[in-house]
Write a protein that binds this ligand. Structure first.
Ligand code: THU
Length: 130
C-alpha cells in the first residue's frame, strides 16, 4: 500500500470527539515496511496523542527504529504541519533529509523534510560533556 493510502485509511479510524479533527500518519521504515497511526484524543485533553506518535509507536513495536519517509493527512484548507512535539519525535527516528509530505484529503500536498521542520534540533550531541 502507498503511504498516501495508508494515511488516508488510518485517518478514518481516528478518535477525535473533542476537536473533530481527524489526522492520519503513515511512515515507511528503513526496511520498506509501512506503519500507520491516527490521533487518539482523551477527555483529559493533554492525554491525547497525535497521529505521528501512533505511527512511530507501531514502527518501534515492530522492531524498526529508522524512518525513511513520512506522510500526514488531515481535512483542512491547507496541509497541516506537525506540532512541535511530533517534529521532535520524527527527528528522533529519521535523518534530516527524510521526506515528509503534508497533505489534505482533497489532494493538496506540501513536501518538506524532517530537517526543515525542526531546524536546530536538540539531539544527543548536545548532551556530551565538555
Ligand atoms: N494532530 C495530530 O494528530 N497531528 C498533527 O500533526 C497535528 C495535530 C491532532 C491532535 C489533536 O487530536 C487534533 O489533531 C487537534 O489538534
Amino acid at each position: 500500500m502507498t503511504l498516501k493510502n495508508a494515511a488516508l485509511s488510518v485517518r478514518e479510524k481516528a478518535y477525535a470527539p473533542y476537536s473533530n479533527f481527524k489526522v492520519g500518519a503513515a511512515i515507511r521504515s528503513a526496511d520498506g515496511e509501512v506503519y500507520s497511526g491516527c490521533n487518539v484524543e482523551n477527555v483529559a485533553y493533554p492525554e491525547g496523542t497525535c497521529a505521528e506518535a501512533g505511527a512511530i509507536a507501531a514502527m518501534v513495536a515492530a522492531g524498526e527504529q529508522e524512518l525513511s519517509e513520512v506522510y500526514v493527512v488531515a481535512s483542512s484548507p491547507q496541509p497541516v504541519p506537525p506540532c512541535g512535539g511530533c517534529r521532535q519525535k520524527l527527528a528522533e527516528f529519521g535523518k534530516r533529509d527524510v521526506k515528509v509530505t503534508l497533505a489534505t484529503v482533497d489532494g493538496a500536498e506540501f513536501v518538506t523534510s524532517i530537517g526543515q521542520l525542526l531546524p536546530g534540533a536538540f539531539d544527543a550531541s548536545h548532551m556530551e560533556d565538555v
